[in-house]
Design a protein around this ligand. Structure first.
Ligand code: SF4
Ligand code: SF4
Length: 84
């Protein structure tokens, strides 16, 4: 089911407010916006080295039934699932 642009924006803001990427050892200063798991955000070219991923401990992970990791390097959840 397609989400309205307003609903997408609301969800994005929710993800950004709950995202814990800035506490992650893999995070690189200045690699904004965070919330890499979100469809319209995805990977960030500033982050290239995997040093551990704390996504499974993030509230967004369970709230949005996420299944992947290293969104900053590998791409958003829908991208990693081959949905986009
Ligand atoms: S699951 Fe990972 S990328 Fe998504 S909001 Fe949480 S910490 Fe950020
Ligand atoms: S997506 Fe995962 S690996 Fe990347 S900064 Fe966020 S918690 Fe760390």
């Amino acid at each position: 089911m397609e989400m309205s642009p307003e609903e997408m924006e609301k969800r994005k803001q929710m993800v950004l407010s709950m995202c814990i990427c800035k506490s992650c050892p893999t995070f690189v200063e200045g690699a904004e916006p965070i919330g890499y798991c979100f469809a319209t955000i995805g990977k960030n070219p500033k982050i290239t080295a995997e040093k551990g991923c704390i996504c499974p401990t993030c509230p967004v992970f369970s709230n949005m039934s996420l299944t992947k990791d290293y969104y900053c390097i590998k791409g958003s959840e829908p991208e990693q699932r081959g949905m986009m």
